[in-house]
Design a protein around this ligand. Structure first.
Ligand SMILES: Cc1cc2nc3c(=O)[nH]c(=O)nc-3n(C[C@H](O)[C@H](O)[C@H](O)COP(=O)(O)OP(=O)(O)OC[C@H]3O[C@@H](n4cnc5c(N)ncnc54)[C@H](O)[C@@H]3O)c2cc1C
Length: 414
């Protein structure tokens, strides 16, 4: 029996990325037993950075992770937008104390592995959570009364709810019969590198987020690991020829250097230094082919019956608003609220999962749409580029600040 006299409920979670672990933490805090299945042999994240807006940091603080997060995060003092061709400053948004005052939480930047590890450690100290590695969901069956998860290793396990947090190529989503096919290949490529700032010349070290906008490309750099490391991601337009599902590819820095050859000297200097200094422990850059899906169209795309989707499984997006993992963590918080209510026998679980979906899908759709639009604005050419630069000059801070995003957490708080 649960603390409230109702039966103990069991959540099955497919996927142990940032979204799956956040869901496990939220479900466990809501009083559920959790069984999580991750297909890889180790729980880990890729070596790249991640930005977390105050909307996401507020959720993590609410879960009691403030001190742990502060230990691994960097706190950039501002966002500076620069023209990648001339180097000119286009706009600035102060972060630091201003974000804290305005939104009740800071804007932070972290190494993904540090965030993943922090969530993993928080989950491991919870009661009644079982984490299974090397366990790949093959299919599930929702009978209306229970849901059964089947793994490719032949395991069958029954629970009250199944959370599909299995990422971009989600099998749970595939089985929900949303009839929308595979993710879209966007034709955008992300080159990512991360290295100790001490290995870079002093002039290139930085404690701010810098976004360099150029025709058909942009570059974002920010500190991680308490400011000791620098993360750099360069987005260019092009296609990956090999298997997209394996995502992470070692790459040839020469392709990136060719793509940015017409940009300003400070940006070329940064990319060249990262290439040279980052190469001491293997290839400096890793390459991702970016995929997404069109913005969500309804709650049915996020929950049906006893099955709910969360994170990239539900709403994969381009990373141009830096909120994909953020929306996964917000999803998890909303899911936790629904699961807490489900311990009361007066509530039907499918109705609560529907409410979760209702409360989340519009905000997720809005973030997906805004990320898409940012891609067009960031990579603009001609008149659109001129208009962008002029608007940023006049309205800089107003355009870069996003109260609807940083101040809210779900659809009915917009
Ligand atoms: C270049 C780039 C920059 C980004 N920057 C930011 C940023 O600054 N801020 C931000 O918030 N977001 C950012 N994102 C987005 C963010 O990375 C994703 O939205 C987030 O990682 C999604 O987490 P997830 O747990 O939903 O999915 P994933 O991280 O894909 O995790 C899915 C997990 O499920 C497992 N899995 C898959 N299939 C199965 C199966 N059948 N059975 C069991 N397990 C399975 C996988 O192994 C994986 O561990 C960025 C993305 C990119 C590409």
């Amino acid at each position: 029996m649960s603390d409230r006299g109702g039966p103990i409920r069991q959540a099955l979670i497919a996927g142990g990325g940032i979204g799956g672990l956040a869901a496990a933490l939220a479900a466990s805090r809501a009083g559920w037993e959790v069984r999580l299945y991750e297909r890889t042999p180790v729980f880990s994240e890729v070596g790249a950075g991640i930005q977390l807006g105050p909307n996401v940091v507020r959720v993590l603080h609410g879960w009691g992770l403030k001190t742990e997060l502060a230990r691994v995060a960097a706190f950039p003092y501002r966002l500076q937008v620069r023209d990648a061709m001339s180097g000119r400053e286009l706009g600035v948004l102060p972060l630091g104390e201003r974000a804290l005052q305005k939104y009740g939480a800071p804007y932070v930047t972290v190494h993904r592995a540090d965030l993943h590890d922090l969530l993993l450690r928080s989950v491991l100290v919870q009661d009644k959570v079982w984490l299974n590695r090397d366990s790949c969901l093959a299919s599930y069956e929702d009978t209306g009364r229970v849901v059964t998860l089947k793994t490719t290793q032949g395991l069958e396990v029954e629970g009250d709810a199944l959370i599909g947090a299995d990422g971009l190529w989600s099998r749970v989503r595939e089985q929900l019969l949303l009839n929308d096919g595979p993710p879209r290949v966007t034709g955008h490529l992300a080159y990512r590198a991360m290295l100790p700032q001490a290995s870079l010349p002093e002039r290139l070290r930085s404690q701010q987020v810098t976004a360099w906008l150029g025709p058909k490309l942009h570059v974002v750099q920010y500190p991680v690991r308490g400011g000791d490391w620098l993360n750099v991601v360069a987005i260019v337009q092009g296609q990956i020829q090999s298997d997209l599902q394996s995502w992470d590819h070692s790459t040839n820095a020469a392709d990136l250097q060719a793509a940015i050859q017409l940009t300003c000297a400070p940006l070329r200097d940064l990319i060249a230094a990262v290439t040279e200094c980052g190469a001491q422990a293997g290839p400096a850059w890793r390459l991702w082919g970016l995929c997404d899906r069109p913005p969500m169209r309804g709650a049915h795309q996020q929950a049906q019956g006893r099955v709910a989707l969360l994170g990239d499984a539900a709403h994969p997006m381009l990373p141009y608003l830096a909120q994909g993992a953020g929306m996964a963590i917000e999803d998890a918080a909303e899911l936790g609220a629904a699961l807490a209510q489900a311990l009361d026998p007066a509530f039907e679980l499918p109705a609560l999962l529907q409410r979760y979906a209702q409360n989340r899908w519009q905000r997720n759709a809005r973030v997906q749409a805004r990320a898409l639009r940012n891609g067009q604005i960031f990579h603009a050419e001609g008149a659109l580029r001129w208009g962008r630069d002029a608007s940023l000059k006049v309205l800089g801070q107003k355009l870069l600040d996003l109260p609807w995003l940083y101040g809210g957490t779900n659809s009915n708080q917009r």
